[in-house]
Design a protein around this ligand. Sequence first.
Ligand code: PRP
Length: 217
Amino acid sequence: MEENRYLTFALGKGRLAKQALALFEKIGITCEEMKDKDTRKLIFVNEEAKMRFFLSKGPDVPTYVEYGAADIGIVGEDTILEENRNIFEVLDLGFGRCRMCVCGPREAQELLQKREWIRAASKYPRIARDYFYNKKHQTVEIIKLNGSIELAPIVGLSEVIVDIVETGSTLRENGLEVLEEVCPLSARMVVNPVSMKMENERITKLIRLLKEELSKS
Ligand code: PRP
């Protein structure tokens, strides 16, 4: 193991990154540079711990980790399933809990029960396809969207959507409901397979400390 090599972390921008940094602080890993809200820097270094952190769009985290540009990533299980990268998923971090669901107006329930041919809009076409084709054995047309998925059944683009439900308020405010649950989700720590071998000691220690911390709550 090279003593001076930086361990690089890719964090999915937003709430997950904040919660991940709060968790790291509890086990003594801090990154003061990152707390400066006005900074335009993209990469933050903790020289003492020989660690580097950067923020990226969630779906890019598994890409950075697969290619080894980051040793470790923090990202939602939804993104891991959708991106299907060659990475090791090593730890459920417990936060960012939500559910992947098939949602729509109540009337769409019957179409699902009868396994009718329908359209399903989603930001997660791979997850949607896997659910309908491999688990439900229902033929559907998957329409890829990039956000505000709830619009699709309202404006008649699709009968249902496959999307994340956290509090359920977006659905409620738009007259939609959870019709079927695909899977529960939470934030995960992922590791590059080569880093896992080359930096085994440091990464294993990190996982152990995080597990100990998580078991306290
Ligand atoms: C996500 C998801 C839902 C919403 C669910 O969207 O796609 O729209 O959050 O949360 P809730 O159950 O607490 O209402 P996000 O805010 O990430 O934006 P997006 O619609 O642009 O994907």
